[in-house]
Each structure stands twice: as structure tokens, then as C-alpha cells.
Design a protein around this ligand. Structure first.
Ligand code: ADP
Ligand code: MG
Length: 703
């Protein structure tokens, strides 16, 4: 038996939790911290000094030598710059560690090397990090030893957000404020805050490290750029929920342990659809913490894999031809007196507050379908959305049979008098219990599905931060709540006004509801008839964030300024162009240095064989035919390689980032496909011993 650990004991071991603060801080300071956490405002410098001292003591007791402001720049991953606790020694040569309140609360990393999308041209390069007191500090154990990490927001000198956390926090405040207005209308005077909760289901692939290192594409682009299908893929449907292999199980065990220590509630683990694909889901929590924790999950997944001689691939599409990875973002909104606004109860038809919330969400999603789609865009996700394995690129809402029926009644008659019951599921076996069925089955093909007491936004990519999707969701729903509250607060007859409003919103926005198969071609045609946007790629979605509609929305709630949005649009183009550029260069490298030389070697061996066989006076037709096929594909590869080099150089020379990104998408990617096709055909012909890179079969099944 391997080492045993007690989950209760290790959970949160590496987190400076509220419990630890209560234990270690004087009462008045602890109270001040809790107040700022709940109600906002700033910690006094005296209190900050006391907190910093206690935090440092705890960190040093647990082996920490360094601290860092941990932040989330627009690279989509996290950043950290470590400072040790080492201070100037006294005259006797004794060193006393130091960490002040000022160091806890503020940092000044140089912002000039992070994506800023033009903000840098106008403003100073200096960046500031500010402690996000709502997300607890934690200890990270890595090759560097133990580091105290302080979650922070990252802004420019003039206050523009340079990160993903700042707008998210702003959006949470906006949602809370507007949602409170809604619950007040229904007589809830107790609630003081409404919080968005998020549970992200993280999918990932594992690959053997030795094989990974032999693949330039995996190392540099995180996905395979060449590779013929393996004899077996996912068609037997034997991997999903299958028995977890020993090596993968040992990995999951260590991963869970590390995450629990970090206070991440890793809950569910299972094999996913594709070979070597898996999933981990934590228990949902406050959006802001869920975003931080999801970053920790992704980091830990990568780090722990290395300890097990593996690599973790978070890319949305590591392998062509099998399922890619996503991250279902489960989202709900709850008041601080415990009411989930998305809980319909047993009789949703009578739950007017729920119906109003639902109507507002449908309006929000319909009005800003373009923004929601954009929020789930990243380069890798372009391979998934609309590719018949993930949601289509068209946003629609799945409500399920029960709610759809309620909505239909409301639209038709202005009142919903009945509700469909789930009924009993009979197992037909005396020794098994019968089940009370949910009134609604699941629909796996919808991008935005109502699942009982939450919405599941299924478009998000596995490698992406979940900050943007949640910022957008919070923002668009805050706007719908605000507009509803503006009208209802003025109404003379509230009941009547609420009914009218629900009916009006549902009628106006019913086109966004779709309960059928989101993967079907008929749906795409139908969606077009309904006028729903179908934005096919990340860069086509980019400009949705700077439309008048978007700027009005985000500025109104102080979530983004126009300048911030413009800079973010630019970063999207930059990121896209850079990513495809790396992929193109990796292909050029592999084709030129590995695949073509190997094929040349093989063709020489074949040619030699033809000569030997001919000299022996035997029939050479088989060898000659093979040689011909090899040579044809080799020629196609060589031609595509030359073309790729040419277009890649052309792309690099384009100055306008938007034009450049579109050139990469429309021209460079097409040539990449031209290069891949003959290479994949050759892989099926060339002697396995000569083929220079591990095959799909090896990558996905040798684990
Ligand atoms: P699935 O069956 O959809 O794969 P999982 O158990 O893998 O479900 O993941 C569901 C996720 O939704 C979990 O992270 C769970 O904590 C989260 N979740 C459950 N209820 C809520 C809620 N009310 N709000 C937000 N997230 C929720
Ligand atoms: Mg799941």
C-alpha cells in the first residue's frame, strides 16, 4: 500500500485560511480583514503590517523562503516573480526575515513584457499588483522550494486592468448590485450580497514524457501538427468512465493530494471519451476563487505529470480525429442568505422570481450571444467549436422539457398553470429501488444548458482561463437585471408589471431557446433563419468586444473602459498570429529536419531494393509502385513546405495585427493543411523503424 493520508487533515494545509487568520491575528485586525473581504474598502496600513507578519510567520514555519504576487496577465496563464524574505543582516551578521504590509498589499512588477495591446504605447510601462483579499494566500511547493503566493490584481500606472482578475471582480460587484435590486422587489430585505458561483469541469490529456520529447509539435505548440489516425480511436466507446489505469490513477492520487492541500475541492475524476483523456471537477465556489483555483488546477496538472514521467496536455485539440478538451463552466447566482436564484423549486410555474431571473438571462444571452461566444474563444478552441464534438459556434439555450413547457405557456397565455412532472423510473428488478426521474433529460450538444439549478456554459476551452466567460456572463446578466429593475421599481402594480415583463422578454427572446441536437446541420440552418450569430473563429469574434453595444454594456457597469476593450481586441489578434506562427515554424522544422529526410532515406532503400530485385531478374512492380507513391507524396510535401516558408515570411512582414491574424487564419493555416496531408499519408507507407516521430497509437495508448 502506498502512503496513506487523511483528507480532512491535509485539506487547506497550504492555505492561509480564514481559520488560520482567526487563530493568528489579534481580534480587531481579524475583524477588519473580514469586513474588507465582505464589504470592500481598504485595509489600514497598521492592520496590513500585522497580517503580513502573521502570514510570513506561518509561511516560514511551513518552509517558505520566498513570496510572490501571483497574478493573471492577459497571456491566459499566471505570472509570478519571487522575492525572498531575506533582509539586510545586522552588524552581527544575523539575518531577520522581513515582509511588510506594504509588500503584501502592493507590488510593482515591470509591465512592459506582458501583453497590453497598445495600452503601453499610451501609458507608462509600470504595472501594479494589488492584493485581492477575497482570495486566500497559499503556499506553492515546486522545484523552487516553498513560495508564499498572494493572489493579486494587475493594473497599469493609470489604472487600466492588465489582467483577467480585475474585470472579473468588477463584474461580480455589478451583478451583486443589480441582483439585489431584483430580490428586494420580492421582499428579500436580508440579503446584502449576491454571488456568482462557478464549478469548472477540467478535461485534459496525458502523454508519456519520453514520447512527448520526441515531438517538436507537442513541445512547442501543445498539439500534434502531423499524425495519421491510430488503428483504434474512440469508436469502441470504451474509455469514457472506463477503469482508470494504474499509472494514471497514481497521477490522479498525487494531483488530488496537492489540490486538497491548496484548498481546492477536487471532487470528481474519470476517464473521458478519447483515449488518454481525463476529467477533474472541483466543487463549485465563488467565481473569483473558482477562477484562481482553476489556474492552480491547470498548473498542478502539469507539474504533477512531470513527477510521473508524463506530460499533461491542456490544449483543446491535441490530436486530430478524436475528441478535444473543453471546460464546462457551471454557473449560478446565490444571495448571502442562501437563495440560489436559479433554483426553480418543484413548481417553477409558480416561482415568479425564478421566472423573472430566467427571462432576464434569456434576454441577456440573446442580446449578447456574440460576446458570450467571444468569451469562450481561444486559438485551440477554434478546432472544437462547431466541429461536431463540442457545442456549435452558435449560442443557444437548452431549457429542458419542463421549463420549455412553462415558457411556452407564459408566451401563449401570460401564465403557466401546469408543470410537467418527472415521474417514476421503473428499474423492473425487485431488489433495485425505482427512481424519481428528473423532469428533464440532459442535452450534451447545447452550448448553454440549464441543468437543474445552474447553467452549464459548455463552450469554454480546456486551456483557457475561465475569467472571461464569467466576466461576460456576470456583465450581461447584470445589465438585464438592471433594465428589469429600472422598470419594476417604478411600477404601480408590481405583480402585473412582473408578469408583463416576463411575457415580453420571453416572447422577444424565444429564438435563443433550442432543445434539439446542436450538432446537426439542420440546426445551423435553423439558427441562421432565426438570425442567431454563427461566429466561426476566435479572430472573427474579436471585434464583438468593441461594438457600441459592448462598450455601452461594459462601461455602464465599470467593468471595462473602451480603451481596455480596444487593447484586448488587439491582444486577441496578436495572440492568434503568434500562436499560428509558432505552429507553422514547428511544422517547417519537423517536415524539413525529420519527416522529409526520413522519407528520402526510405525511398533510397526502396530504390536500392528495386535495383537488387531487378538484378535478380524478378518482378519489381510492387516495389516500383511503392516507390512511386512515396515519391509523389514526398514531392507534395516538398512543394507545400516551400509554400509554407513563403507564406509564413509574408505573414511575419504584415504590420497591421488584425490583417496579420486574418492572413494566418485564411492563408497560412490552409498551407499547413497542405503540408500535413501528404505527411500523414506517408506515415502509413513508410517503414515504422524509419518514421522519425512517435505515432498517434503510441502517444495515446502507451501510458
Ligand atoms: P457532469 O455530470 O455535468 O459532468 P460534474 O459533477 O462533472 O457534472 O460537474 C458539475 C460541476 O457543477 C461541479 O463542479 C459542481 O460542483 C458544479 N455545480 C453543481 N451545482 C452548482 C451550482 N449551483 N452552481 C455552480 N456550479 C455547480
Ligand atoms: Mg463532468
Amino acid at each position: 500500500m502506498s502512503e496513506v493520508f487523511n483528507v480532512e487533515e491535509i485539506f487547506g494545509q497550504n492555505v492561509f485560511t480564514l481559520g488560520k487568520m482567526k487563530e493568528r491575528l489579534p481580534k480587531n485586525v481579524y475583524k477588519e480583514v473580514v469586513k474588507v473581504m465582505d464589504q470592500g474598502g481598504e485595509l489600514s496600513m497598521e492592520a496590513a503590517n500585522v497580517v503580513a507578519m502573521a502570514m510570513k510567520e506561518w509561511a516560514v514555519e511551513n518552509g517558505a523562503t520566498h513570496y510572490t504576487h501571483w497574478f493573471q496577465p492577459l497571456t491566459g496563464i499566471t505570472a509570478e516573480k519571487h522575492d525572498s524574505f531575506v533582509a539586510h543582516p545586522d552588524e552581527m551578521g544575523k539575518m531577520l526575515t522581513e515582509f511588510s504590509g506594504k509588500e503584501l498589499i502592493k507590488g510593482e512588477p515591470d509591465a512592459s513584457s506582458f501583453p497590453s495591446g497598445g495600452l503601453r504605447a499610451t501609458f507608462e510601462a509600470r504595472g501594479y499588483t494589488a492584493w485581492d483579499i477575497t482570495s486566500p494566500a497559499f503556499l506553492k511547493e515546486s522545484g523552487c522550494g516553498v513560495t508564499l503566493c498572494i493572489p493579486t490584481a494587475f493594473c497599469s500606472y493609470t489604472g487600466e486592468a492588465l489582467d483577467k482578475k480585475t474585470p472579473l471582480l468588477r463584474s461580480m460587484e455589478a451583478l451583486s448590485e443589480q441582483a439585489l435590486r431584483i430580490v428586494r422587489l420580492f421582499g428579500n430585505t436580508e440579503a446584502t450580497k449576491v454571488t456568482a458561483s462557478v464549478g469548472p469541469e477540467q478535461e485534459y490529456f496525458l502523454v508519456d514524457e519520453k514520447l512527448y520529447r520526441q515531438r517538436t509539435d507537442l513541445m512547442f505548440a501543445g498539439r500534434t501538427l502531423f499524425g495519421a489516425p491510430a488503428p483504434k480511436g474512440q469508436e469502441m466507446e470504451d474509455h469514457y468512465f472506463g477503469v482508470i489505469r494504474e499509472r494514471v490513477g497514481a497521477y490522479m492520487k498525487d494531483l488530488n493530494e496537492e489540490l486538497w492541500k491548496l484548498g481546492v475541492t477536487a471532487k470528481t475524476q474519470h476517464n473521458e471519451v478519447a483515449p488518454a483523456q481525463h476529467e477533474l471537477a472541483p466543487i463549485y465556489e465563488t467565481a473569483n476563487i473558482a477562477v484562481d483555483h482553476n489556474q492552480l488546477v491547470m498548473e498542478a496538472m502539469k507539474r504533477v505529470a512531470v513527477h510521473h514521467g508524463m506530460r499533461c496536455l491542456l490544449h483543446e485539440k491535441p490530436y486530430a480525429g478524436v475528441n478535444g478538451s473543453g471546460k464546462h463552466n457551471n454557473w449560478s447566482i446565490t444571495t448571502d442568505n442562501g437563495v440560489n436564484l436559479l433554483d426553480p423549486g418543484d413548481t417553477p410555474n409558480e416561482n415568479i422570481q425564478f421566472l423573472l431571473v430566467l427571462a432576464c438571462i434569456l434576454k441577456a444571452v440573446d442580446t449578447h450571444a456574440d460576446l458570450l461566444r467571444q468569451s469562450a474563444s481561444d486559438v485551440g478552441n477554434d478546432h472544437r467549436l462547431g466541429a461536431n464534438e463540442a457545442p456549435p459556434a452558435v449560442i443557444s439555450v437548452f431549457l429542458g422539457e419542463q421549463l420549455e413547457d412553462v415558457v411556452r405557456q407564459l408566451i401563449e397565455t401570460g401564465a403557466a398553470t401546469s408543470v410537467k412532472e418527472g415521474g417514476k423510473l421503473l428499474t423492473g428488478v425487485k431488489t433495485l429501488p425505482d427512481f424519481q426521474k428528473d423532469a428533464t433529460d440532459r442535452n450534451r450538444t447545447s452550448p448553454f444548458a440549464f441543468t437543474g439549478n445552474k447553467f452549464e456554459f459548455r463552450m469554454v476551452g480546456s486551456a483557457d482561463s475561465i475569467a472571461s466567460p464569467n466576466t461576460t456572463l456576470n456583465a450581461i446578466v447584470a445589465e438585464a437585471f438592471c433594465e428589469a429593475a429600472d422598470r419594476l421599481e417604478k411600477a404601480d402594480d408590481l405583480d402585473l408589471a412582473v408578469h408583463d415583463l416576463i411575457k415580453e422578454y420571453l416572447t422577444e427572446h424565444q429564438r435563443i431557446i433550442f432543445n434539439g441536437d446542436g450538432y446537426s446541420d439542420e440546426w445551423l440552418a435553423e439558427a441562421e433563419r432565426r438570425g442567431l450569430p454563427n461566429i466561426k473563429s476566435m479572430i472573427e469574434a474579436a471585434s464583438t468586444i468593441t461594438t457600441d453595444k459592448a462598450v455601452k454594456l461594459f462601461e455602464r457597469f465599470g467593468i471595462f473602459t473602451k480603451v481596455e476593450l480596444e487593447s484586448r481586441e488587439e491582444i486577441i489578434y496578436e495572440t492568434y498570429a503568434k500562436t499560428i506562427n509558432i505552429e507553422a515554424l514547428a511544422m517547417i522544422d519537423m517536415a524539413g529536419k525529420q519527416i522529409i529526410p526520413a522519407v528520402v532515406k526510405y525511398s533510397r532503400a526502396l530504390a536500392d531494393t528495386v535495383n537488387t530485385v531487378k538484378a535478380a531478374g524478378a518482378d519489381t512492380s510492387v516495389q516500383a509502385e511503392l516507390l512511386k507513391e512515396v515519391c509523389e507524396n514526398l514531392a507534395a510535401m516538398q512543394a507545400a513546405l516551400a509554400k509554407l516558408k513563403k507564406v509564413e515570411a509574408e505573414a511575419s512582414a504584415i504590420e497591421d495585427v488584425k490583417k496579420q491574424a486574418f492572413f494566418y487564419k485564411d492563408t497560412v493555416k490552409a498551407v499547413m493543411d497542405e503540408l500535413r496531408a501528404p505527411a500523414d499519408r506517408l506515415e502509413m507507407i513508410v517503414d515504422k523503424d524509419i518514421w522519425p516521430i512517435p505515432t498517434y497509437g503510441e502517444l495515446m495508448f502507451e501510458i
